[in-house]
Design a protein around this ligand. Structure first.
Ligand SMILES: [Zn+2]
Length: 152
């Protein structure tokens, strides 16, 4: 089932009631995007575009969504990225990780809405699955730097 899938994007004012498979609808006005789960299960996936949810990257030709889309509430449990209109499958998460992801979501929302300013205990951003990204190299650098600072 996990073949390469490309999505078409459509900028719309209102997300239509009936979504076409393989199309992601984006409403800038309402700050939301919606598509049918790319595994083919037919579930509707709504990705609100907000600082605490998803961000949309439009390069003039294609769209990308950050972070990944984890459809834990569907039977299919699909987890994928939309990158330049293409689907990149991510590893499935264990239940622990899903919980951690939810905790992180809550943390991000609380922080955004000023409930907490516990900026120091940012949990591992669970929305980033194990895909090798340039970010990894950066992390390594910071870890090394930290070690250096601490070992002084
Ligand atoms: Zn699905």
């Amino acid at each position: 089932m996990k073949q390469k899938i490309a999505l078409k994007h459509e900028f719309v004012e209102f997300i239509p009631g009936e979504l076409k498979e393989g199309t992601i609808y984006i409403s800038i006005r309402f700050g939301t995007a919606s598509h049918l789960c790319v595994c083919g299960c037919g579930n509707k996936v709504v990705t609100p575009l907000r600082p605490t949810d998803w961000k949309l990257i439009f390069d003039g030709k294609t769209i990308s969504l950050e972070p990944s889309i984890g459809n834990w509430s569907f039977a299919c449990q699909s987890h994928y990225w939309i990158r330049k209109n293409k689907i990149r499958w991510a590893a499935q998460w264990s239940n622990d990780k899903i919980d951690a992801g939810r905790a992180h979501d809550q943390w991000a929302k609380d922080r955004y809405f000023g409930v907490t300013d516990a900026a120091d205990d940012l949990p591992i951003p669970a929305q980033k699955p194990e895909i090798v990204e340039p970010v990894e190299a950066k992390k390594g650098f910071w870890q090394k730097l930290r070690k250096k600072l601490w070992s002084r």
